[in-house]
Design a binder for this molecule. Structure first.
Ligand code: SF4
Length: 491
């Protein structure tokens, strides 16, 4: 491939940041490789693409079994004459290379571009992506009639076999794409100059570093920032970049006259004092809401673009695991109960049966970021009406342990502006998740899906299930420890 040939993904990278574009072509080894979560999103995109193709039963797959794009382009040219829907055809023209999801024949000799996305709406960046494809196809001699984005229909509810017609929503974006297309040629020329330059362009860090995508070069560009830097200000992105523009990088250096929110002021005080800031009265008020027995509850869930079970929607969070620690009275040892789904059936009936068995009729239910657990319970109640009354009775009993941390009633400088339990736990107790094989919810979900829905050995499955038990159990034990800590801080 010629060095400056742009693909649709590098074109979009160039729109995000020209420094990123330069590195992509001149020092690719410095870009961070996608992690397992990014890979899972990528794989999901493939699965969604396969379902989209089923909407075109007479479609032809192009380039099967080859990564040689010259061959894919040649095959595309051969198949165009058949006037059938083409899956993943490729074109090269005007300094660009585009591999399309679906090219559909229309009228006498025209084509529609259909870009498949595993999201539930049309995002701005998709329009740029499609505009680039249309530009390359037109330059390659095709007549493009209309452009469409085919995205997941969030209202679709699976009943039986997946219905590829109902799973997707097709949106005509021809008008938006033609507005964007006027600028593509100039941009591509500008990008070619950037790529061909001896040095990368100087670009300051900014909100564009994680929009529309997390940039794989932040470990390079952001490395000059000190530990307690202004970008860690709680809900302070805009302010952070204003401060950086004034040459202020450290929170400790923010002048006293600068306008900070109440929680940002607490953040600065904690850093200047190099110790936690607490509001004992607020912590006491929070603890006063807890009624024994205390039920510390945490769910693990899975969600996929293509629903796995009857009665579920795309991306609906389906619970497959819970951990519950029950503390019956002050100072009592926590009792542990757990559930981890077995087999490939819908886990919700057994999940709810186990949960109702272990959560007693009285006492507070404590979750960390409780709206998530509430949402999952409401989803279960919809498909399992026998549990609806019980679920409806729970909200007055649910208390969110995130609250005192998110409101900064206690804040430790080691939180770096985050109230995530993974950060709060080590900051206040010195304990952490580092010894666990699974250390966060996204990985838990991926691993459960992997060992449940793909063929792995019995030993591998047993090992991962053990890791899942350890992980979920620590999430609720962490809540027990943090509540103990709050009692200490309340004085
Ligand atoms: S981290 Fe930001 S400034 Fe650096 S290359 Fe990425 S987008 Fe550009």
């Amino acid at each position: 491939m010629a060095k400056t040939l742009l693909s649709k993904s590098t074109y979009v990278q160039g729109l995000q940041c020209q420094k990123l574009l330069w590195f992509r072509y001149n020092a690719k080894d410095q870009l961070q490789q996608p992690g397992s979560l990014a890979q899972a999103i990528f794989d999901q995109g493939h699965a969604v693409g396969d379902w989209a193709k089923r909407r075109f039963p007479d479609g032809l797959e192009i380039g099967v079994g080859t990564k040689d794009f010259d061959k894919v382009i040649a095959e595309t040219q051969r198949q165009l004459a058949l006037r059938k829907p083409l899956f993943e055809p490729a074109f090269r023209a005007a300094g660009g290379y585009a591999r399309l999801d679906i090219l559909n024949p229309v009228d006498e000799d025209a084509w529609d571009i259909i870009e498949v996305k595993s999201s539930t709406s049309v995002k701005e960046v998709y329009l740029e992506d499609v505009a680039f494809q249309a530009h390359v196809c037109t330059a390659a001699g095709l007549t493009i009639r209309r452009c469409h984005v085919l995205h997941i229909n969030s209202k679709y509810v699976r009943q039986g076999e997946i219905d590829p017609q109902a799973l997707f929503t097709q949106v005509d974006v021809t008008r938006q794409v033609s507005t964007l297309s006027a600028e593509i040629e100039d941009r591509m020329s500008a990008f070619a100059r950037v790529i061909g330059a001896a040095e990368h362009p100087v670009v300051n860090i900014g909100p564009h570093c994680n929009s529309p995508y997390e940039c794989p070069l932040t470990h390079v560009c952001w490395s000059f920032l000190p530990e307690h830097n202004v970008t860690t200000l709680y809900r302070g992105t805009k302010k952070a970049f204003q401060l950086l523009a004034q040459g202020i990088t450290a929170i400790a250096d923010i002048p006293a006259t600068a306008k900070l929110s109440k929680v940002q002021q607490i953040q600065r005080s904690a850093i200047l004092a190099t110790q936690a800031q607490t509001d004992p009265a607020q912590i006491r008020a929070f603890l006063g809401r807890l009624q024994y027995p205390l039920h510390y509850l945490d769910f693990e869930t899975m969600g996929s673009a293509v629903p796995l079970f009857d009665g579920s929607r795309p991306f609906e969070q389906i619970p497959f695991q819970f951990s519950l620690h029950v503390v019956r009275q002050p100072g009592a040892e926590p009792e542990h109960h757990s559930f981890l789904a077995e087999g490939r059936e819908d886990p919700r009936p057994r999940f709810m049966a186990a949960l109702t068995e272990h959560i007693g009729p009285v006492g507070t239910i404590i979750a960390y970021n409780a709206p998530f657990e509430r949402g999952v319970l409401n989803g279960c109640a919809q498909v399992l009406p026998q549990h609806a009354a019980w679920v409806k009775s729970l909200p007055p009993r649910i208390v969110d342990l995130l609250e005192p941390f998110r409101k900064f009633h206690c804040y430790h400088p080691a939180q770096h502006g985050s109230a995530s339990i993974k950060v709060v736990l080590p900051a206040f107790t010195g304990k952490d998740y580092s010894s666990l094989a699974i250390g966060e919810g996204g990985t838990a979900s991926l691993e459960f899906v992997r060992v449940t829905f793909s063929d792995v050995s019995t030993e591998e499955r047993a090992k991962v299930r053990q890791h899942l038990e350890e992980y979920c159990q620590l999430d609720t034990l962490a809540m027990v420890w943090l509540t103990d800590k709050l009692h200490e801080l309340a004085g």
